[in-house]
Design a protein around this ligand. Sequence first.
Ligand SMILES: [Fe+2]
Length: 306
Amino acid sequence: MRIAHISDLHLCAKHKRDNIAKIKKLIQHALDNGAQHFVITGDIADNGEEKDFILFREILKKFDLLRSDKTTIVIGNHDIFGGAQSAHDVVNFPSKCLSVNYHEKVSAFVVHFKELFENVIRPHKESFFPFAKEFKDVLLVGLNSIDQYSRFKNPFASNGHVAKTQRKLIESLLITPKFKYKVKVVLIHHHFYPKNIASQSSESALWNKIENFTMKLRGKKKLLKLFVNNNVKLVLHGHSHEMKEYFREGIRFINAGASVDNNSKDEASLFLIDAFPFDIGTALSSLQQKPILSYHPPKLIASLAS
Ligand SMILES: [Fe+2]
């Protein structure tokens, strides 16, 4: 299955019109290059506003992608808490976050894209996340990594948390016997950077400290262990706005966070991923660049990680 991985669209009809034009071009680019399924790992709407969710629904519909078998999404922090566009917004952000009903926003997100959640497998009938979608060779497992707002522990509403309750449900999906031979792919908003990767990509130690305080994923180590123990091959995420592929504990991680919300008016890029039971191929592809997928069978993936 050829997957197109896009993330962090930050669509906003009022402030970020370039992103709307770019996502349309990027979807067409992916289709022209054989994409069979689209994965979008959160922050679809910059301010979690209904009108921007509706806008994206219309875009998906236009490309005949508003279907569960064609597109899978998970939620990002901006889809719940939004962000700040002006100095006024920055000042008012804490009180805005305190007024957000977290569970209502998660529910609204799923309802806005209800077609994309048709026929998903839910281990807990009352919880929208985690969920799984089964394809011929691939199992997609979608998580909610967005932490609740806290003035002290999560002051920018950008940190993540996957608690024990969700981890138990994820495990119940991953150990299901009928999924044993599927390529297990996890979809999550937050990143899994080890400290040394974060420092390579950031401009200063101070920025690393700020990033660690504002973008961390609580429960990351336990989650990583769960993935290793249950043969997860690939984790797709966004949140940090850069296009990056890296390995942890033999698992391949792909960050498509800068797909369209980048500093360029025209530039847009995505990852194309071929997922087969004994092989995974990936390519970073931009609008101007034809993708060339490189393949790394499992043994090579393990050696790259060590
Ligand atoms: Fe985010």
